[in-house]
Design a protein around this ligand. Structure first.
Ligand code: ADP
Ligand code: MG
Ligand code: MG
Length: 929
């Protein structure tokens, strides 16, 4: 720094442009722009520290010495401009502008034209020879100073303004004459005096001091405080506002003057062209206020070609210096271009991606910058269809934004109907239910989106929809679903089955009818960006995919394999469920084997198709995990069914009585026909058999009922007690692989065992697998490759990782269950009961089911990785479960030395970018998390 040492005030020439906390974003950039040679009107910054000192003082007076520093700086500005602050002959006017470390748009107002008073006004008129201009500047100053510094309500000024306009019969401000404006100034001064009880301050330094204090105070004003709360802006991010004092330049000096705002590139598309608007003969605030309709910047080259050329040059200089798209303000005063502000441009996701790719190719930024400037979660915007912002429809109901994206379709109230209309008739349907259950799964597949009136962001509907990448609005409590009558009521509105609705899973809104949508575009630019990301990442990104559709999408989004294929989703498909039920209700192992024999070829086809799609990438298949009663209806449902069937049986008996009665009533020939028809209507034995089946199921359901199914008879425990089930699945996997290999495909199946807690469990399954493997190899006469691994999702498995590694080629952390197990929280209960409060009062910072709990669960993971690799240094370790798609958790996985993360297909691009961020960030970056 040069010149005298200062505490609180820095000239634009001297301030450190990197120190936004001290100088505010606007101030820091004004300094920086001045220093690298842009044409910024001279000025200086009063620091945020001055603001804090003032506020600490009880906002009574500016800290000692500040006004002295301000005077010194003002003299410098006078020297640079050749004007005098308060000089009646050649007055210097300034703006007083706020600006904190983070941009808080519209939070604190700027005062323009400060320094005007009765004397300098005359000087300004003499100087410019333009009384209209001078009065216009004066009335703006009176109003802004009155409003911002002295709390005079805007309406009082506006009322006078409109009255004069009406008297003068003009509709637009530009139509006002100098006399009109003078009258306005007189009226404004009266308004000021009346409202503040004091005359308008004439001394420019007094004006300045009042203005500075007002800007400082605005930091604790309601608007600013609310804004900081709303956007979680902490004192570490921004503390206090700076004040920028900047020489006025005038865009309202005639038709060779103008003012405007611009982006160095189009913020909606990213296109590399100057984008913005301007107004001729106007001051900055007019553009924003929308008093006149501004012109597109492209038009400037016709109106002022030389200025357009200079503006283009300014655009280049800004980008070359900041290496980032800039959002800037400019003013043209009588043919001279000034830059008044710049900051990084805010853009939507497609524009961020396109500018990253193009700036990198132009050599403006390097690959790391191209990747790091984009927040990974932003990419999600690009992968779901979303509602067109231009369509301004009013929602009829609101629920939780449970799974992003938007969908339109006809309302259907149950899964079977959804399947008939959606799959068989090819119509677009929205499944609307109070809540969904595992047996509704086929309805999910057939629907465009899911709407429920009950349940949270982690309800069945929400979790399944997210997994499938389908939009879901959950817990829209205003909707009353009446399945029996096949209607939904929302207040007065009645929706019948077949009515068209649109749901927006990104906002939680529900609309009547169809709302226009914007399709997602996995653009060539996004592809390129993500390929760069892959080159930087150490973590591989795999996908959770249960169906061929999921797998194809995962592949399109760049997954390097399938990290989790849940076979229960396959069991739930309508054509299989009856066989699965047969297997479950089987009374002995022969019966069970018979059912499994029917399932084997079906599963084999499932796996074959997945292997074909994913070859040569790995496909990780998890053996059956959920408790098997999940495939059966509930006890209640069965009891109800049986009661109904029993009723029906009586009716059938009645029917045969009726049939024999007919003979007594009519002509014998006719009667025979009627009687046969009646007897043929329902087969009595069919009803009896149905009752028997349902009773068999009910018996089984009662046997299988568990107090705590999540911790009950599931996962490997099921596989060990019913070895035939896993044997069938393993055989299906290996035979499918053998078949693909025979056809020359390079496939990499991975068999994964869930819920393991002892080495003995794993060893037992492994032995069975090895046996089947031998048989399959013998039958196919060729080697069949596979890997064998375990989920790590119970605490004991972490503790025994060293021994488990002996029989596992890979570990995959199931962090959903592991989180439940580590906290001893049941997820649904936690999220519905106490977790929100825990988060609110800070007992837990995040929801551990959304953001991996690094301190607890993460520590366990690290231990397990360490112990596992001690025994087997090349142990492949990954994570599946929802955390695998969350950037913060991905950063942790990188640091913990995992090999891969696996997440739902739509999160794959997010994860790829997050994995690159994890690699590119300096070491230790994540330590404090
Ligand atoms: P905001 O943060 O709300 O954009 P600014 O401090 O940037 O507030 O100022 C508001 C408007 O006044 C902008 O259009 C800006 O260009 C204009 N402005 C600010 N200072 C000056 C000045 N010294 N000369 C001309 N116009 C100015
Ligand atoms: Mg601005
Ligand atoms: Mg699990």
């Amino acid at each position: 720094m040069k010149g005298m040492t200062m505490n609180y005030v820095y000239a634009f020439e001297d301030g450190d442009g990197k120190n936004k906390k001290l100088l505010g974003g606007k101030g820091a950039n004004l300094c920086e722009m001045t220093q690298f040679g842009l044409n910024v009107p001279p000025g200086f910054v009063i620091t945020t520290e001055a603001c804090l000192a003032y506020l600490d003082n009880g906002s009574s007076a500016l800290p000692d010495g500040i006004m002295d520093e301000v005077r010194v700086q003002m003299q410098q500005v006078e020297a640079k401009t050749g004007k005098g602050f308060g000089d009646a002959d050649n007055p210097l006017l300034v703006s007083v502008r706020s600006g904190s470390a983070l941009s808080m748009p519209g939070m604190m107002d700027t005062i323009l034209n400060l320094g005007l008073n009765d004397e300098t006004l005359k000087g300004e008129i003499a100087q410019t020879g333009d009384p209209r201009f001078a009065y216009d500047a004066w009335r703006r100053f009176i109003q802004l100073f009155g409003k911002v510094a002295m709390n005079v309500p805007d309406e009082l000024f506006d009322k006078q303004f409109e009255e004069v306009k009406a008297q003068a019969h003009v509709t637009e401000d530009v139509g006002l004459s100098a006399d009109n404006l003078r009258e306005i100034c007189d009226r404004f001064l009266k308004v000021f005096e009346k409202h503040t009880g004091r005359p308008f301050p004439q001394d420019p330094y007094e004006q300045l001091e009042i203005a500075i204090q007002a800007v400082f105070r605005s930091w604790t004003g309601k608007r600013a405080v609310d804004y900081r709360r709303e956007f979680n802006i902490t004192p570490e991010m921004a503390n206090g506002t700076a004040v920028n004092i900047c020489t006025m330049v005038f865009g309202n000096r005639g038709n060779d003057s103008a003012t405007g705002v611009a982006f160095t590139r189009n913020p909606a598309t990213g296109e590399n062209v100057l984008f913005g608007e301007y107004l001729v003969n106007a001051q900055g605030e007019d553009v924003v206020a929308g008093i006149r309709t501004p012109k597109p910047i492209a038009y400037l080259s016709r109106e002022m070609p030389e200025m357009a050329r200079q503006l283009e040059e300014l655009r280049q200089k800004l980008e070359e210096h900041y290496h980032e798209v800039q959002d800037f303000e400019f003013t043209i005063e009588r043919g001279t271009l000034f830059c008044l502000q710049t900051r990084n441009g805010k853009m939507n996701a497609p524009a961020m991606v396109r500018t990253s790719v193009e700036m990198r190719e132009e050599g403006l930024i390097d690959t790391a910058q191209a990747l790091l400037r984009i927040d990974p979660t932003m990419l999600e915007q690009m992968l779901y269809p979303r509602l067109d912002n231009k369509a301004k429809a009013k929602p009829i109901a609101q629920g939780l934004p449970a799974s992003p994206g938007a969908a339109t379709g006809i309302v259907v109230f149950d899964a079977d109907r959804a399947e008939i209309m959606g799959k068989d008739q090819g119509r677009k349907v929205i499944l609307v239910r109070e809540e969904t259950k595992p047996e509704d799964i086929h309805g999910f597949f057939a629907s465009q989106g899911i709407l429920t009136s009950r349940g949270g962001k982690t309800s069945h509907a929400a979790v399944v929809a997210r997994g499938m990448g389908k939009p879901c609005v959950a817990g829209a409590e205003g909707i009353h679903v009446d399945v029996a009558r096949r209607v939904a009521e929302i207040g007065e509105v009645i929706i019948e089955e077949g009515d068209l609705i649109t749901i927006d899973g990104s906002s939680g809104n529900v609309f009547l009818g169809s709302i226009p949508m914007v399709e997602p575009d996995f653009t060539e630019e996004l592809n390129r960006l993500l390929r760069w990301a892959d080159e930087e990442s150490r973590l591989k990104v795999m996908a959770n995919a249960d169906s061929p559709t999921d797998a194809r999408r995962a592949l399109k989004y760049g997954a390097t394999g399938i990290g989790l294929c849940r076979t229960e989703r396959m069991f739930n498909a309508v054509d299989r469920l009856p066989t699965v039920i047969e297997m479950i209700v089987a009374e002995n192992s022969e019966e069970r084997q018979a059912a499994l024999d029917k399932l084997l070829p079906i599963q084999r086809d499932d796996f074959r198709e997945l292997f074909e799609i994913m070859a040569p990438r790995p496909v990780t298949i998890r053996l059956l995990d959920p408790p098997i009663h999940e495939f059966l209806p509930t006890e209640n449902q069965l009891e109800e069914d049986i009661a109904r069937l029993t009723h029906l049986q009586e009716s059938v008996d009645g029917m045969s009585v009726l049939a024999s009665s007919v003979m007594l009533l009519a002509d014998p020939n006719e009667a025979r026909q009627t009687s046969d028809y009646l007897r043929g209507m329902v087969d009595a034995s069919l009803v009896t058999r149905a009752i028997e089946k349902k009773e068999q199921m009910l018996r089984k359901v009662r046997i299988l009922t568990e107090t705590n199914p999540m911790l009950g008879h599931r996962g490997v425990r099921l596989g060990i007690t019913f070895p035939e089930i896993y044997a069938m699945q393993v055989r299906a996997i290996l035979e499918a692989a053998a078949d693909c290999t025979t056809r020359g495909l390079d496939v990499h199946p991975r068999i994964m065992v869930p819920q393991v807690c002892t080495h003995e469990e794993l060893r037992l399954v492994r032995k069975a697998v090895d046996q089947i493997h031998k048989e399959v190899e013998q039958a196919s006469g060729q080697p069949v490759h596979f890997q064998f691994g375990t989920m790590i999702e119970v605490v004991r498995a972490c503790m025994r990782a060293d021994s488990l590694a002996g029989d596992a080629d890979f570990f995959s952390f199931g962090t959903n269950d592991l989180t439940q197990a580590t906290f001893s929280f049941s997820r649904e209960d936690a999220e519905n009961k106490f977790l929100p409060m825990y988060n609110r009062i800070g007992i837990l910072k995040d929801n551990p089911f959304e953001v991996l709990d690094v301190k607890g669960v993460g520590k366990l993971m690290k231990l397990a990785v360490g112990w596992g690799r001690e025994l087997k240094p090349d142990l492949d370790v990954g994570i599946c479960g929802e955390h695998g798609g969350h950037p913060k958790s991905i950063a942790f996985c990188h640091e913990a030395g995992l090999n891969y993360v696996s997440c739902s297909a739509p999160r794959v691009p997010v994860a790829r970018l997050a994995a690159a961020h994890a690699s590119l960030r300096p070491e230790g970056f994540f330590n404090d998390r």
